[in-house]
Design a protein around this ligand. Sequence first.
Ligand code: PGA
Length: 250
Amino acid sequence: MRDKIVAGNWKMNNDLAETEELLGKLKLQMVKEPEATVMVAPSFTNLYPTFQALKDTPVIVAAQNMHESESGAFTGEISAAMLKSIGVTTVILGHSERRAYFNETGEILAKKVKTAIENEMTVIFCFGEELEDRKNNRHFDLVEKQLKEGLFDLPQSSWKNIILAYEPVWAIGTGETASPEQAQEMHKHIRNLLNKNVGKEVADSTSILYGGSVKPNNAKEIFAKKDVDGGLIGGASLNAVDFVEIVNSF
Ligand code: PGA
């Protein structure tokens, strides 16, 4: 059985006080043993306090990014070792905002993934097409290209530490979601690609999350699809009540 996962990506939102407030509300709302694995990804400055606040809960704390080098003269960057030294062993890589605004190419992402895996971290690898790609019926090929560039050179043994997050760019923060059918169609395509390029075992066991305007009123329908194993949640994860409702949508 694949892990069901709901991860909240808090992006560049919430200062320390706001983070503490959100964490307090989350702890109040959340059932002790949710069916899904729950993750939250605060900003770098809020990672340590979040990790401390959640350490007696099953919630996993993830970073939103990390650098591909182990250490060195990379002003403003954060390494895998730094994350691990505060207890954080999960990292989101390849989010479309990183690809679009910070020029993270397939090549850079492949290096980041490799570094994370070598440091025994878990990677939530994000990818997905732009509206133009879908309009021109290039979405399946584009997703294949992103997976190939970022992941298909990894040894099979690395895949136990990979979570995939399909996030069509046109659905992120726009209020427009892929329909459950569109999500299922793409997730099935992704699983077929895993089968072909990595192997059946990995295809069957890798969790594929959907991301893009998941809200309490659409999560159930999307998560009910056969190849959708959960969600990566942006906007709605900033509200504890909404996020917990999404967590409980299986
Ligand atoms: P959204 O963001 O839920 O606000 O659309 C999703 C994401 O970017 O991971």
